[in-house]
Ligand binder design. Structure first.
Ligand SMILES: [Zn+2]
Length: 438
C-alpha cells in the first residue's frame, strides 16, 4: 500500500473500507483488499475532459482511483478556462485529454493516468474491454447513446443463457444542462440503459412557428424570429448563405434584429451569448452544476468499486434553477429496448412508389430512431451506404429507385448508423396511401 506524504489524505479511505457500516452493500466485507483493488487493479475510463470531465478526474483521483484513462477529441479553447479548471492560458490549442491527465499526474503522486486525444467512435472493442468502470461526462446525446450500446455489446452470455457478469462494465453517466443535471448508474443488460429512457431527452428544443411569428414571450422567441424568419427574407450575407453560429458577424446581425423585436414586445433578456446559444442549440454550462453531478458520479464509481454502500438505483436528478432540488428514482428497463432488450423489428409503412431517398429521409426524421446518416442493407445486399465515399458512390444509384423495385413487401432491412453500434432491424410494409410526414 502507498506510504509517504499522501498518507493523511487516505485516512478516510481506511475508515470506510476497514469497518462495516449500516449502508454497506450485502457483498461488502471490510478488508485491506478493497483498497488494494482500488489502487492496483481497478481501471477507470473517463469519457470527456470538458466541464464534467475535469471535475470527474479530480474527484476520482482524490477518491483513491489510481488507474485512470481519459479520452476526448477536443482541444482547449479560451472560453473553457472559466470552469474547466485543469486548463491554463498556455494550454489553449492543446488536446484536453492530454493536458488534463498531465495536470492530475503532477498534483497527485503515484497516480497512473493517461490521456487519449482521440474520437471515442474510433476505438476498438478491446480498448473499452480493459476497464472496470466507465464514467461519462459528455454533452452529446449521440456520443452517450453510442457508448451505452458499445458497453451493452461487450456483455457476453454463458452457455446456459445467463449473463457472464465478468463482461459487464458499469456505465456511470453524468449530464448537465444549465442549472439542471443528472447522474445515473447503468449496469448493461441488468438495469435500465440510456436507450431505455431516451425519451427523457427531447430531440431538440424548437418553438412553434406561430409563437415566434405572432406572440413572442421569451427572448429565445425573438432570436428564433431573427434567424428563422428575417434571415431568409433579408439574406443579409448574400443569397443562400446559411446562419453560421461560429461566425461573429452572423451572430451579431441576429442579435441586433432580435433585440429590436424584443424591444417592440417589451421582452427582456436578449444577449449576444444567448443568441449564439439559440442559433447553435447550446445551453450555457454552469460550473456548480458540473461540480455537483461529477461528485455524484465519482461517489457512485467509488461505491461500485468497493461495495461500501449500495449504488444509486439508478437515476439522480438535480435542479438548481430556483432553489436546490434533488431526487433519486429508479428508471425501468424497457423490455423492447432496441439496445438492451428484445426489440422486434421496427415496422415502417411506406408507399411502394417512394424512392429509396424518400425512405432514408423518413428514417432520418423518425423521432425514435434519431439517426443522421443511416446505411441500409437487405439480406446482406447493400441498398445504400452513407459512408465511406467509395461505397456511397457505388450505392447511390439506388437512391432514385422506387421501393417496389428494390424491396419485397414484409422484408427486413438492417439499418446502421455511426450513432448506433448495434444497428436496428426494420420491417417494410407497403401501403398505397403512406404519406411522408412533411
Ligand atoms: Zn435499454
Amino acid at each position: 500500500m502507498s506510504q509517504g506524504k499522501d498518507e493523511g489524505k487516505l485516512e478516510d479511505l481506511y475508515l470506510i473500507t476497514l469497518r462495516n457500516g449500516p449502508f454497506a452493500h450485502e457483498s461488502f466485507s471490510p478488508s485491506e483488499d478493497l483498497l488494494n483493488f482500488l489502487w492496483n487493479e481497478c481501471k477507470v475510463l473517463v469519457v470527456g475532459a470538458g466541464g464534467l470531465g475535469c471535475e470527474l478526474l479530480k474527484d476520482l483521483a482524490l477518491s483513491g482511483f489510481r488507474n485512470i484513462e481519459v479520452i476526448d477529441l477536443d482541444v482547449v479553447d479560451v472560453t473553457n478556462l472559466n470552469r474547466q479548471f485543469l486548463f491554463r492560458q498556455q494550454d489553449v490549442g492543446k488536446p484536453k485529454a492530454e493536458v488534463a491527465a498531465a495536470f492530475i499526474a503532477k498534483r497527485i503522486s503515484g497516480i497512473n493516468i493517461k490521456g487519449h486525444h482521440a474520437n471515442i467512435y474510433d476505438q476498438p472493442r478491446e480498448f473499452y474491454k480493459q476497464f472496470n468502470l466507465v464514467v461519462a461526462g459528455l454533452d452529446s446525446i449521440d456520443a452517450r447513446r453510442w457508448l451505452n450500446e458499445t458497453l451493452i455489446d461487450l456483455v457476453e452470455t454463458n452457455d446456459d443463457g445467463t449473463i457472464d457478469v465478468s463482461t459487464v462494465i458499469p456505465l456511470i453517466d453524468g449530464g448537465t444542462e444549465g442549472f439542471r443535471g443528472q447522474a445515473r448508474v447503468i449496469i448493461p443488460k441488468m438495469s435500465a440503459c440510456f436507450e431505455c429512457n431516451l425519451d427523457l431527452f427531447p430531440p431538440q428544443i424548437s418553438y412553434p412557428l406561430c409563437t415566434i411569428a405572432n406572440t413572442p414571450r421569451l427572448p429565445e422567441h425573438c432570436i428564433e424570429y431573427a434567424s428563422v424568419i428575417l434571415w431568409p427574407q433579408q439574406q443579409p450575407f448574400g443569397a443562400g448563405t446559411k446562419v453560421d453560429g461560429d461566425n461573429p458577424e452572423h451572430v451579431k446581425w441576429i442579435f441586433e434584429r432580435a433585440q429590436e423585436r424584443a424591444n417592440q414586445f417589451h421582452i427582456q433578456g436578449v444577449t449576444y451569448r444567448l443568441s449564439q446559444g439559440v442559433i447553435k442549440h447550446i445551453i450555457p454550462a454552469v460550473a456548480s452544476t458540473n461540480a455537483i453531478v461529477a461528485a455524484s458520479c465519482a461517489n457512485e464509481a467509488f461505491k461500485l468499486a468497493t461495495y461500501i454502500a449500495n449504488p444509486l438505483n439508478n437515476y439522480m436528478l438535480y435542479n438548481g434553477e430556483s432553489g436546490v432540488y434533488t431526487y433519486a428514482f429508479e428508471t425501468e428497463r424497457r423490455e423492447e429496448c432496441p439496445a438492451c432488450g428484445r426489440a422486434q423489428p421496427k415496422k415502417i409503412c411506406v408507399s411502394p412508389k417512394w424512392t429509396l431517398a424518400d425512405l432514408i429521409e423518413v428514417l432520418r426524421e423518425d423521432t425514435e430512431l434519431r439517426v443522421k446518416s443511416p446505411s441500409l442493407t437487405v439480406s446482406s445486399r447493400a441498398l445504400y451506404y452513407s459512408s465511406p465515399a467509395s461505397l456511397e458512390q457505388a450505392t447511390k444509384e439506388n437512391l432514385p429507385q422506387s421501393l417496389d423495385c428494390l424491396l419485397e413487401e414484409g422484408c427486413e432491412i438492417f439499418l446502421t448508423d455511426p450513432a448506433l453500434p448495434l444497428g436496428r432491424k426494420l420491417q417494410i410494409f407497403f401501403h398505397k396511401c403512406s404519406k411522408k410526414n412533411k
